[in-house]
Design a protein around this ligand. Structure first.
Ligand code: SF4
Length: 111
């Protein structure tokens, strides 16, 4: 479904049927503890980009609303990711943990 800023996000839900005006982010709603969603959060939210880059079904996203260190009034969605297959945190959700979809050797960084 399209967010108020026009980006496709599977976690956004809206219902405008018969005069209803209901909008919610089900990812923030399911967070522990549940987070309050406002439409501005979708403007800078990394989730749609992460899901476009990596659609691994074993990766679970957890969202928290944080404040910017530069502007205390600006709130942002911060994402952490967990792989239910390896039972580990995923450092770069856009790339994934590499278990199901290993990168070809050409992309490995030599140290
Ligand atoms: S805040 Fe992020 S995850 Fe929630 S609906 Fe908006 S874009 Fe999707």
């Amino acid at each position: 479904m399209q967010t108020p800023v026009g980006i496709e996000c599977p976690h956004f839900y809206s219902d405008y049927h018969r005069g209803r005006d209901r909008e919610e982010c089900r990812l923030l709603e399911a967070a522990e503890p549940p987070q309050v969603w406002v439409a501005e959060l979708c403007e800078t939210c990394p989730v749609p980009g992460i899901l476009r880059a990596n659609s691994c079904e074993n990766m679970q996203l957890n969202a928290q609303v944080t404040r910017s260190i530069f502007d205390a009034f600006q709130r942002r969605v911060k994402i952490s990711a967990f792989c239910i297959k390896t039972q580990g945190n995923v450092a770069k959700p856009e790339i994934g943990c590499g278990e199901c979809h290993p990168l070809p050797p050409i992309f490995e960084v030599k140290e």
